[in-house]
Structures are given as C-alpha cells and as structure tokens.
Ligand binder design. Structure first.
Ligand SMILES: NC(=O)c1ccc[n+]([C@@H]2O[C@H](COP(=O)([O-])OP(=O)(O)OC[C@H]3O[C@@H](n4cnc5c(N)ncnc54)[C@H](O)[C@@H]3O)[C@@H](O)[C@H]2O)c1
Ligand SMILES: N[C@@H](CCO)C(=O)O
Length: 380
C-alpha cells in the first residue's frame, strides 16, 4: 500500500470508497423511424460506435427495427443485413406493430428514434412514453404542435419513458440543455434572440446578388440543410417551431399561432405540390433581389432573426442588420442563440455553431440517446 492509500485506510473518519463505475452489460433496444438524410447518417454513426460502447461502457445498442413511410424492417440487428435493407424481409409500415416489437415483452430498456418529419408519428409519442418506451427525436412537430399534446407527452413521462429532443432546436448545438440547466439551477429567462435556421443563415450568407436566390435554395436542399419541404424553412415556420419549443421549455405556454412570422414564400406558391413548387422557385428571385438591394443600400446585411421577450412575445422575420451587428458575422449554416437571463443580464450567454446538416443533427440525436442510457444506469 503506498503512503497515501495507507493514510486513507487508517483515517478514523474516512468516507466509504466511491464504487467503480459499473461496466456490466446492459442492452438498449432501438427502433429507428425515418431512415432519410438524418436517420441514414444516424444508422451509420450507431454502427460505428456500437463495438466501442459495448467494450468501454457495457452499453449494448441493439438495432431491432427500421421503419420508413411505407415499409418497415424488423429483426435487423444483423450488421450485414443492415447494410442492405432490401435483402431483408419487409412488410408494410404499421407503427403500432413496430413499437410493440421494439418494446418486446421482457422489460428491457427500449427506445424509438423518430427521424421523420411526420405528424402521425409525432402523435404516437404520448402512448409510447406511457408504455415505458423512451423517445428521442429531431422532429419538431410534437414539441411545437398542439399544447394539449405537448402536455400529454410531459405527463406520460411519469410512466418511465424518457423524452429528449435536443436536435429539434439548432441541430447538434446544446441549446435546449443549456436552457434547461439555466432554469434548473434557478436562473430566470429574460429573452432569447437569434438565428435559428441553418438554411436561412446559409442562404443569407451566400446571397450576394451574384447567383439567383432560387439556385441557392436548390443547393441548400441538395446539401441536406432544408426541411424535406424547403417551404418549411422559407416560410419561417421551422424557426417559429424552434422558438415555441424554447418558450415552452422556459414555462411559457406558447403556440405557433402566437408567433407573428414573416414568410419568404409568396402566397400563390404556398399550397402547390412540392415538385411544382421546386420548379417555380425562380419566382422568389425578384422579391429577394429587392430585399438584398435595400439592405445593401443601407450598408447592412440580410439576416433571419427570431426573438422572444420577457413578456413571452415572439416574432420571426427577415431583417437588414448593420454590418457591425454580432449576427452579421456568422458563417455558413451557423446558428446563434443569445440567452439573456438574470445571471447573464448585461452580457448574454451565446451558443453558436453549425445548425443544420445530417451529420451534426444525427450526432445531436445520438447524444440524447446516450444521456438517456446514462440516466438508466447504462454508462456511456
Ligand atoms: N436535415 C437537418 O439538418 C435537420 C436538422 C434538425 C432537425 N431535422 C429534422 O430531422 C427530421 C428528418 O429530416 P431529414 O432531413 O432526414 O428528412 P428526410 O425527408 O430525408 O427523411 C425523412 C424520413 O422519414 C420517413 N417517413 C416519413 N413519414 C413516415 C412515417 N409515417 N413513418 C415512418 N417513416 C416516415 C421518410 O421515409 C424518410 O425516410 C425532420 O423532422 C427534420 O425537421 C433535420
Ligand atoms: N431545416 C432546418 C434544419 C434544422 O432544424 C434548418 O435549416 O435549420
């Protein structure tokens, strides 16, 4: 025994030793809904981390199923088959059957990861959580949808299912957790202001008049920054949803209809089928060129800004900001979230970084999965 160890052993008031972290094997069964851009990358990230997590932490991630909009695959925990979904037995998607299969009947921990942007999927969360399934998602529809459903989701959590949704706001950036930590430690939120859209941030940075706006929108879509329907970004609704999520997290029972939103989508293009809208994108070029010219004439830049004040008043709009404004210096898909709180009253707390893209979003979802695993006693 070295001198330090013997000193500790002999001390009459010594504290009981801290137990070494348990590395006993624990299994987390996973079902992934929505193997699209984010879901597809998440599957790759899970596969790449599986062996390391099992070896180093005892956490066994077991992929039990994947459900797309029309077809689902069950029993796909075979790495080779995972790589070639079409080789597997498939059947029409049935979310009830899918959830029941992932949960199993042996009381193991099980999690559904919703990487769709689908309302029917989001409406299932209260039932899944109430049955003890954990849910992780980058899909904003549940957290920003009807308030009654949001409250049902919160209430369902008391049955054991855990719900995390960090990637719904600014993809992989730690925004929801930062707000949660501020509030849980007794701080009081005074306001939130920022740029919450990776797509619109990227478009505003790139749009200098040298290329038509529509061409840039097509590129943002191809890069995986936009929502499946880019109108969700261009209309400001995706940003409004993020603002509602943060407001609810802070205790303000806001709904989408409480947020005045400036849309960049002309009224006559709003209801078109997606394909037709994409074909007619160039109808956005003239109005956007006008907005840019006005900002440039005032020696400013165009930025898409969301804000929520201490009365719970929210708004989302495209603004011409002075070139010296902090929001004028972001790059690429950078989001920026500025929290003003009692503690950060004079000098606000900033979270900034890339706020869209499959890689960073999938990593945000993965981190939520690991936090739940850790809270269940499965160290990660
Ligand atoms: N792309 C990003 O940068 C980003 C960032 C943050 C959050 N998100 C969110 O992540 C989610 C996925 O985005 P994406 O870009 O991967 O979209 P995507 O369109 O590429 O993928 C969506 C997937 O959902 C599946 N799907 C649709 N309806 C379904 C249903 N009823 N049942 C099962 N599966 C269904 C589709 O088959 C598809 O595989 C969205 O909610 C989006 O808002 C995306
Ligand atoms: N389409 C969204 C993805 C992140 O939610 C954006 O551009 O911010």
């Amino acid at each position: 025994m070295d001198s330090c160890a013997s000193l500790i052993a002999e001390h009459p008031h010594r504290l009981p030793p801290i137990q070494a972290a348990s590395t006993r094997r624990r299994t987390l069964a996973i079902g992934l809904i929505g193997p699209g851009r984010v879901g597809g990358v998440l599957l790759t990230q899970l596969r790449a981390a599986q062996d390391r997590l099992a070896r180093e932490t005892g956490l066994e991630l077991q992929l039990r199923g994947v459900a797309a909009s029309r077809r689902m695959w069950l029993d796909c925990d075979d790495a080779e088959l995972n790589a070639q979904h079409d080789a597997q037995t498939w059947r029409p998607t049935d979310l009830y059957e899918f959830a029941a299969y992932i949960r199993g009947d042996d009381r193991r921990h099980a999690m559904l990861i919703d990487c769709s942007a689908n309302e029917d999927v989001a409406s299932q969360y209260p039932y899944w959580l109430a049955s003890g399934l954990h849910v992780v998602t980058p899909n904003k529809l549940a957290s920003s949808g009807p308030l009654s459903r949001w409250q049902a989701i919160r209430a369902a959590g008391s049955h054991g299912g855990r719900f995390r949704y960090e990637a719904t706001v600014c993809a992989g950036l730690p925004v929801v957790q930062t707000l949660r930590d501020l509030l849980d430690t007794g701080d009081q939120l005074l306001s939130v202001e920022g740029m919450f859209s990776g797509t619109l941030a990227w478009l505003c940075c790139q749009f200098d008049g040298s290329r038509p706006f529509s061409e840039l929108v097509r590129e943002a879509h191809a890069l995986g920054y936009t929502e499946p329907d880019p109108r969700d970004d261009l209309s400001g609704m995706d940003v409004a949803r993020k603002l509602v999520i943060l407001a609810r997290e802070a205790g303000w029972p806001l709904s989408l209809q409480d947020v005045p939103v400036e849309s960049l989508v002309p009224t006559h293009l709003k209801a078109l089928p997606l394909d037709e809208f994409m074909q007619r994108l160039d109808e956005l070029d003239a109005p956007m060129a006008e907005r840019l010219a006005a900002a440039q004439a005032a020696h400013g830049v165009l930025r898409h800004v969301a804000s929520l004040d201490h009365h719970g008043h929210a708004q989302v709009r495209l603004q011409a900001l002075p070139a010296a404004h902090p929001f004028a210096h972001t790059r690429l898909t950078d989001n920026i979230v500025q929290f003003r709180t009692q503690r950060y009253r004079d000098n606000p707390l900033l979270v900034q970084g890339p706020g869209a893209g499959p890689e960073v979003t999938a990593a945000g979802v993965f981190a939520d999965l690991l936090r739940i695993a850790e809270s269940l006693g499965v160290r990660a």
